[in-house]
Design a protein around this ligand. Structure first.
Ligand SMILES: [Zn+2]
Length: 393
């Protein structure tokens, strides 16, 4: 963070200078324009009289030309001064950050294959769509000649349209969507539709006694959810008693909490993404954040490996030289490390459950076979290696 602070300080200096230069430019050019306009009026007046150009006027004109030249030159040299500040930012970046990343990633990453480039572009476009930056995504698609299916964009466009409406506290598009996907949402154990109806009901309650009849009629929408959300429905019905007094002055004032709107956006994003087969968080964003955590650790390890002159230790294939903890947020699935070989299992070397119940990796199992028989290294039950079962976590 200290390094970021250094670069930021230099950046602030540049911004400050640029801002000052902008004001200065406006002021000098405005002054110049006024001067030239005045000059033109004088010339026009002289031309109207049909008199030849007087010596005074021609002197004033040449003065005006010189003034224009001087101002422009001064502005250009001031602009040049800013260049040095800009280059100081570059130097601060070089000084504070390690640009030598080649050592911590396989060389092939830097080789520019068309296929890889396209994959990267696709990931960026997907990220932009996911963040709701539709215009930027479209522009990048055009510039990179990436041909995306309408089917690819459609879910993002729909999601963004509904989310945008929700942020404006317009429930209709989200409700229409939830009703049209009712069955699938139920299968996901989602309470999205109920929450949307609930918010609509609360909004009616906030309208006071005038909306009482409408609210009561709307309460019929809760019927299919009576079993699962009984308690919440009771609370809403109880709040009707305070309609005349105003919900904000009642024990039910928490129903008006603005946080319900933030929550509904989160619930909608989570459930809609699950239903549409999209990840809630952008894969590119997650990769980038993980890289920010992992890179400094890897750079340190690289330095240690080089110091001890054991460069062969890290082959860069599919594994890292050490385990890097990215935090609970990045735990997506369970992993299994073979207790015999002390290696994490992979698709090509999956965990195998022996008939005694102990689990080891396939590579370990193959190594332990002796004369067509396998002796469990733990219990030690003798068994047929073919009886081991592939386990999927
Ligand atoms: Zn065993």
């Amino acid at each position: 963070m200290e390094q970021c602070g250094c670069v930021e300080r230099e950046l602030d200096k540049v911004l400050h200078k640029l801002l000052g230069y902008g004001h200065h430019c406006e002021r000098s050019l405005g002054e110049l324009l006024r001067y030239v306009r005045h000059m033109r009026e004088e010339l026009g007046a002289a031309a109207l009289q049909g008199a030849p150009l007087s010596a005074t006027l021609s002197l004033v004109m040449s003065q005006c030309c010189r003034k224009i030249k001087d101002t422009v030159q001064k502005l250009a040299s001031d602009h040049k001064d800013i260049h040095s500040s800009v280059s100081r930012v570059g130097k601060a970046i070089d000084r504070n950050f390690d640009a030598e990343l080649c050592g911590v990633v396989p060389d092939v990453v830097w080789e520019s294959h068309e296929k890889q480039q396209q994959l990267l572009q696709l990931a960026i476009v997907e990220h932009l769509y996911q963040q709701g930056m539709l215009g930027v995504a479209e522009e990048l698609c055009q510039e990179s000649t990436l041909n995306l299916d309408v089917d690819f964009k459609q879910p993002f466009l729909e999601l963004n349209r509904i989310l945008e409406a929700l942020r404006q506290q317009d429930l209709r598009p989200a409700l229409d969507w939830a009703i049209s996907h009712q069955q699938q949402l139920l299968e996901l154990n989602s309470s999205l539709e109920f929450r949307l109806h609930r918010l609509h009901f609360i909004r009616l309650l906030a309208g006071g006694p005038d909306k009482q009849l409408e609210a009561l009629n709307y309460a019929r929408q809760f019927q299919p959810f009576a079993r699962l959300h009984q308690r919440e429905i009771q609370v809403m019905m109880g709040s009707l008693v305070y309609l005349r007094l105003g919900l904000e002055n009642s024990p039910y004032c928490h129903l008006l909490d603005a946080s319900h709107w933030t929550e509904i956006c989160e619930t909608f994003t989570r459930d809609a993404c699950a239903l549409l087969g999209l990840s809630v968080e952008s894969p590119l964003g997650v990769s980038f954040a993980s890289g920010c955590v992992a890179l400094p650790v890897l750079m340190n390890i690289k330095a240690v490996i080089e110091q001890r002159q054991c460069t062969g230790v890290w082959s860069h294939k599919d594994e890292l030289p050490i385990e890097i903890d990215l935090g609970m947020k990045c735990w997506y699935h369970s992993v299994f490390a073979c207790p015999i070989l002390r290696q994490q299992t992979t698709d090509s070397n999956p965990p195998i459950k022996l008939i005694c119940g102990h689990v080891i990796s396939r590579d370990a199992l193959n190594k332990l076979i002796n004369g067509g028989k396998l002796k469990c290294p733990y219990c030690p039950m003798e068994q047929n290696p073919a009886d081991g079962k592939h386990i999927i976590f």
